[in-house]
Design a protein around this ligand. Structure first.
Ligand SMILES: *Cc1c(COP(=O)(O)O)cnc(C)c1O
Length: 400
């Protein structure tokens, strides 16, 4: 008889947490873990942040949901705060990252149709991740995520990441392109950081051609990379910006923001969602922005990122099997020369939570509220796990 009633799409590690505080989690047995993943860049302000808990409790005692058939003042307030912060003009709220990208994709297609392009195409990149809904998995540059779900949604044209010439080539052959959609730094794809000038180059191409630049900042946004939004590193602005993860610190909220021509595309009836932008999630979004601003967490993420990167470099640069240590702000990667899933268990046994993505990349997305000591503890824990793993797998390779 089956004892697990969950569809087996996830393969969780054998641990369950019951309580959290800041960068720490406690399991059922009372064991303590340092969280260098924070729910995949979601709990940027750590677990059980007192101001956020208070906002949730207070709002839950007042009003959770009324639907978008009525005005929602907290949604209007969060819209303004987010737009001013990001330099955008308007916003559609939703409940996840994939939905934010769905909104962006629909917006781009409608923009195309408004320009009399009947089969609008969106340029997307290899190694990207945009979500698991049909349109967003079709946009995603990873066959593993698409396989078995054909027919895929059409209208995406794929190019290598960090390659502006490839986009110019597509532009010459495909007159139906209406937009480019990219992550400023890939998240699930292994923390690939494009060359300086890539985003600016994308901006220029979009300006020359009248295309929309859609930046998926679902992972990079909300101070994660050391700026409020990763596009600030290159002093450009997208036409469409998608956010989710860190915006709600654990309550499900996504956002698709637009500017310029893109801000005028959606009209009443073009898009919607029942839960979207309810008073609870918007209250939390506002609280998250307040805390990030007050604590100058963009600067803090930059500072902590530098500290951790140089710490990892010191500890691991001469270790054979370590290919590269890279990152921006608190989006950090240690790339190995071999698949390294086993590191997850090694780390768990040592009370450290991290992630492995793209098979060979140890990915760290710690909360922005780390103390220097906690940051150093993550660095030494990760370094120890990487060494242990490489020693063990090296020994295995020698036997085989
Ligand atoms: C996580 C993520 C998504 C998908 O978000 P969900 O909330 O899981 O739907 C999309 N794009 C990027 C860059 C992400 O990191």
């Amino acid at each position: 008889m089956t004892t697990n009633f969950q569809m087996p799409v996830f393969a969780p590690l054998p641990v369950a947490f019951t309580r959290g505080e800041g960068a720490w989690l406690w399991d059922k047995e009372g064991r303590k873990y340092l969280d260098a993943l924070c729910g995949v860049a979601v709990c940027g302000l750590g677990h059980a942040h007192p101001e956020i808990s208070k906002a949730i409790c207070d709002q839950a005692g007042k009003l959770l949901h009324t639907s978008n058939w009525y005005e929602i003042p907290l949604q209007a307030e969060l819209s303004e705060r987010l737009c001013r912060k990001a330099g955008m003009e308007n916003v559609f709220f939703c409940n996840s990252g994939a939905e934010a990208n769905e909104a962006a994709i629909k917006l781009a297609r409608l923009y195309g149709h408004q320009k009399k392009i009947l089969n609008p195409a969106i340029i997307v990149t290899e190694g990207s991740f945009h979500g698991r809904t049909l349109a967003t998995l079709s946009a995603t540059g990873n066959r593993k995520i698409q396989a078995g779900f054909e027919p895929l949604v059409t209208g995406f044209s794929r190019v290598p990441y960090n390659d502006l010439d490839a986009i110019r080539t597509v532009a010459e052959h495909n007159k139906d392109v209406v937009a480019i959609m990219v992550e400023p730094i890939t998240g699930e794809g292994g923390i690939s950081i494009p060359d300086t000038g890539y985003l600016r180059g994308l901006r220029d191409i979009c300006d020359e051609r009248g295309w929309l630049l859609i930046l998926d900042e679902i992972q990079t946004g909300m101070c994660r990379t050391g700026k409020w939004f990763a596009f600030e590193h290159e002093g450009i602005k997208p036409d469409v910006l998608t956010l989710a993860k860190g915006l709600g610190n654990g309550v499900p909220i996504g956002a698709c923001l637009a500017r310029g021509v893109a801000a005028g595309v959606f009209k009443p009836g073009n898009h919607g969602s029942t839960f979207s932008g309810n008073p609870l999630v918007c209250r939390v979004g506002l609280t998250v922005i307040d805390i990030l601003e007050k604590g100058k967490y963009d600067k803090r993420a930059a500072e902590l990122g530098k500290r951790m990167r140089s710490g990892l470099q010191k500890a691991l640069q001469d270790v054979s099997g370590v290919k590269e240590i890279r990152g921006q702000g608190l989006m950090l990667a240690v790339e190995l020369d071999r698949p390294c899933k086993e590191i997850l268990t090694l780390a768990l046994e040592r009370g450290l939570l991290l992630n492995v993505t793209a098979d060979t990349v140890v990915r760290l997305l710690p909360p922005l509220v780390l103390s220097d000591a906690e940051a150093d503890q993550i660095v030494s824990g990760v370094s120890e796990c990487v060494r242990l793993f490489l020693d063990a797998s090296g020994a295995q390779a020698a036997i085989a």
